[in-house]
Design a protein around this ligand. Structure first.
Ligand code: FES
Ligand SMILES: [Fe+2]
Length: 364
């Protein structure tokens, strides 16, 4: 069998995304919250350049508050992220124009202190920017969906295990689809946690809640403690019952709580996706665990386990030729095992239908 983790560079499609498919630059995604950086990526007050939905933004702390401005100065189009935060405003590096957190131009040095500043000198600002779950989130236009909730983030019983931020050659919707998928575990994850006998996908319910849904599902996997050991995929392991509880929050957040009753262990995984542009997504994954000590060794062990699982998924996802998900249910084949990922497509389809009349405009 081909070792897909060892094959050549990922395939990136240069095709135009067909109508009715959702890629990382679909205008409807402007009406959602998206993570763009870990909070500690913003050094001091910034600025920090970030890319989201194929657009460049400049994140900075202006007058003590987070701001996200379009990363193009309206004067001679220099990236504002080359500038500096000066006296609470963002100063362009080229001719020194200054902007406040709402994108208003508050000073044009060449015109002197008393010079009138026309509104044409303003730059665009995101509808919202905030800190949440240790990340900076941007909503380019007014969001249709609230920020995702991860109760374990503030629960002292859980140890935080943040993974290194990795960029995948896939769309955020494809990645969320994968992290929700029930049928691939016994094929793709044998070297990490899966039970080779766990092929049949049993019945489950999908509970819809606005632009999101939840699913509870019980099946067998390797014991959590055994999953960490390097293992031969053919080798049989002690298996235990595991309850998986997913919450999907549009546009792309996946919350997954894995409860192992035999081990009294809970591993919650938060998958936060940054749709960078049409072919690229950065993913911020954090594991929250109640079964390990908050020591560098235990956290490193947990992180390297989760990285190994993610590498198994990434090897397939980056080989999908189109970097988009079809929202028309007749394009792909779906079995009853796929009701969870079919529901994701329905949610995203509704988001697109609701968002479309107001998106696609240039915010500047
Ligand atoms: S390009 Fe920014 S001030 Fe001129
Ligand atoms: Fe997977």
């Amino acid at each position: 069998m081909t070792d897909i983790t060892e094959t050549s560079a990922p395939i990136t499609s240069t095709d135009v995304t067909p109508a009715g498919w959702l890629d990382n630059e679909h205008p409807a995604l402007r009406r959602g919250w998206h993570p763009v950086a870990r909070v500690d990526e913003l050094a001091g007050d910034g600025p920090l350049p970030v890319r989201l939905l194929g657009e460049d933004w400049c994140v900075a702390r202006l007058d003590g508050r987070l701001a996200a401005l379009r990363d193009t100065c309206p004067h001679r189009l220099a990236p504002l992220s080359l500038g500096a935060v000066v006296d609470g405003s963002l100063q362009c590096a080229y001719h020194g124009y200054r902007f406040d957190g709402a994108g208003r131009c508050v000073e044009i040095p060449a015109l002197g202190r008393d010079g009138a500043i026309p509104s044409r000198a303003n730059c665009g600002a995101a509808w919202g920017v905030t800190e949440h779950l240790g990340l900076i989130w941007i909503a380019p236009d007014e969001p249709l969906v609230d920020l995702p909730v991860v109760p374990e983030h503030d629960d002292p019983l859980f140890v935080h295990c943040p993974l290194p931020v990795v960029e995948w050659r896939a769309s955020a919707a494809q990645m969320a689809d994968n992290f929700l998928d029930l049928g691939h575990l016994a094929f793709l994850h044998l070297a990490t946690f899966a039970d080779p006998a766990d092929v049949l996908v049993g019945d489950y319910d999908v509970e819809r809640d606005g632009f999101g849904f939840s699913v509870r599902y019980r099946h067998r996997t390797k014991a959590l403690a055994d999953s960490h050991a390097e293992s031969d995929p053919e080798e049989r392991h002690r298996t235990v019952e595991r309850e998986s509880y997913w919450i999907f929050t549009a546009p792309h957040h996946v919350y997954l709580r894995l409860s192992y009753p035999d081990e009294e262990a809970v591993l919650t995984i938060s998958f936060c996706h940054q749709p960078v542009d049409r072919g690229r997504t950065r993913v911020f994954v954090t594991d929250y665990r109640n079964d390990i000590a908050d020591t560098p060794d235990d956290v490193e062990d947990a992180v390297s386990f989760q990285m190994a699982v993610a590498a198994e998924d990434r090897a397939i996802l980056e080989r999908l030729r189109r970097k988009a998900v079809p929202l028309d249910p007749t394009v792909e084949f779906h079995s009853r095992a796929d009701r969870i990922t079919l529901e994701m497509r329905r949610v995203l389809r509704e988001l697109v239908d609701v968002a479309e009349p107001t998106t696609g405009k240039d915010p500047t």
